[in-house]
Design a protein around this ligand. Sequence first.
Ligand SMILES: [Zn+2]
Length: 252
Amino acid sequence: MNIKQIRNATISLNYAGTTFLIDPFLAEKGTYPPVQNTLNQDKRIPTVELPIAVEEIIQADAVIVTHLHPDHFDSVAKEVLPKHIKVFAQSEEDAEVIRREGFENVDALSATTHFQGICLYKTNGQHGTGKMKELMGAVSGVVFQHPDEKTLYVAGDTIWCEDVKNAIDTHQPNVIIVNGGAAQFLQGDPITMTKEDINRTYTESDDATVIVSHMEAVNHCLLTRKELRDFISEKDLSTSILVPDDGEMVSL
Ligand SMILES: [Zn+2]
């Protein structure tokens, strides 16, 4: 498989010959106001440019939208993606919202979905704790399986939690993509993975390669790549936990 980190949680994945675009957030740098009730109110989002042209990014066989927050499916993505492209959403409710944007080929992921010979298993997550988790709403991830490929688990916007442990125990992934950044509001706990959550994901797996996405593109993501890489190298895990730059491809 080839995993190309685009920006934020946007990933272009080539898996068993099929290209998936995950969580397209495609606006130019500074298009939207900062996420409110967070630090860094002087930073409009996205805080960085896309590393490659939008026309290239949207060359995909299917799009997966793990949830509908605007840093995962934004107005530019809604505008530039072809309306006939296959889109997978986490639920019928989300699928209906996406259909109302004009997309003609939207399905909700069921527990197991088959697409071009690939098994997709929907997983759950927790986008924060307590009241913040309720406010953030439902989120999902996806496990990819194919006889010619390693098993890949894309966790989506979740902290380390029982849902992530269950997905690892059930599917025994060889590769796990997590959303880092330790995104946080002024109140409450982080709503995406902290460095400790990322380390826990690795230690609870069977020596999976963990790839960290969702870094340094939205103002409320407080964990930097440098801080995370320093933490990983202190633990001597630099070959197990990878933190690709935007535009970088990982082949596994
Ligand atoms: Zn997010």
